[in-house]
Design a protein around this ligand. Structure first.
Ligand SMILES: Cc1cc2nc3c(=O)[nH]c(=O)nc-3n(C[C@H](O)[C@H](O)[C@H](O)COP(=O)(O)O)c2cc1C
Length: 202
């Protein structure tokens, strides 16, 4: 069993969903930050953001955000945003590889839709959108660890199990960031004993 090799990978992105944070710039315009260090804890989503990023700066000054979840077919638009930052000037360590872009909605080809309880817009093209507010922000090793309270969830109608509040896991599929490569989900393998969306046979 112990034939593993000890390695020192440069990153530890072991396959988490891509999320797109919309935050509010100082002038009231929106920024979009693609990220994947995100996970849910009840009604809280924990986010890890490099301290030097513009999204991180926005959240320390204006805590409202929308956590938008794209599907696998949106990976190319996400990647169009990858070399961009809303920070002007571009931070030193990003120079040469990243450029300042004030309108990331246009860069991705996406549409801003007003949120209901927070200030930044939702990304209309994303099937799931979580309106949220940063409640706790801690700094750790150059990153901000942000605990955001989810205040409202918007779901594309075809992904909702009819007549329920459930997202249909057979229809929703996240875009996965796997060691900096994009993947979709494979076929379903099974379900938890706690699933509330197991189809019943007639
Ligand atoms: C798919 C994807 C996932 C990423 N995940 C993270 C992440 O979890 N945390 C982070 O700080 N940056 C992450 N990045 C890098 C940021 O998107 C990048 O630094 C970007 O310039 C930030 O934009 P901003 O400065 O306008 O906020 C990711 C980028 C991509 C394309």
């Amino acid at each position: 069993m112990d034939d593993h090799v000890a390695i020192t990978p440069s990153i530890l992105y072991f396959g988490t969903p891509v999320v797109l944070l919309t935050t509010e710039n100082a002038d009231g315009t929106p920024n979009i930050t693609p990220m994947s260090s995100a996970w849910a804890l009840g009604e809280v989503v924990v986010l890890g953001l490099a301290r030097t990023g513009h999204g991180a700066r926005n959240l320390t000054e204006r805590p409202d955000l929308v956590i938008n979840l794209p599907g696998p077919d949106q990976w190319a638009a996400v990647e169009r945003l990858a070399p961009l930052t809303g920070a002007n000037p571009v931070p030193e360590h990003k120079r040469g590889r990243f450029r300042y872009e004030p309108d990331k909605f246009a860069a991705a080809g996406w549409t801003g839709v007003p949120a209901e309880v927070v200030r930044p817009p939702r990304i209309g093209e994303c099937p799931l959108q979580l309106e949220a507010r940063a409640a706790e922000i801690r700094e750790r090793a150059g990153f901000l660890v942000i605990e955001a309270d989810v205040l409202r969830v918007h779901c594309a109608p075809d992904l909702v199990v009819p007549g329920t509040q459930h997202v249909d896991p057979a229809k929703w599929s996240p875009l996965i960031y796997n060691f900096r490569h994009y993947f979709g989900l494979g076929a379903q393998l099974g379900h938890s004993f706690r699933s509330e969306t197991v189809p019943t046979r007639a």
